[in-house]
Design a protein around this ligand. Structure first.
Ligand SMILES: [Zn+2]
Length: 83
């Protein structure tokens, strides 16, 4: 898929095969950020609350649960470095 904007070209690479007619989405935030960080950025910068499948899935069933753990672990490691 190519998308041109004012003389520039952006390339988008798929991580899986795309079926004909399948909806493609472009994310506005880093997908590696915890859910609360992504949603806060979207609300402040794009003025909407994301209701995509990932954001709507209960956190304990979502891949986001791993990012929440990673985030708190990194924070703890950061604190320990200065003790
Ligand atoms: Zn979302």
């Amino acid at each position: 898929m190519q998308h041109g904007v004012a003389g520039t070209v952006q390339y988008v690479y798929a991580v899986h095969d795309i079926k004909k007619g399948e909806q493609l989405c472009v994310h506005y935030t880093s997908l590696y950020e915890p859910r609360r960080v992504r949603q806060q950025a979207l609300l402040q910068e794009k003025f909407f609350t994301c209701a995509c499948e990932r954001c709507s899935t209960p956190i304990e069933q979502s891949v986001d649960r791993f990012l929440e753990v990673r985030s708190s672990t990194q924070h703890a490691a950061f604190v320990c470095m200065y003790v």
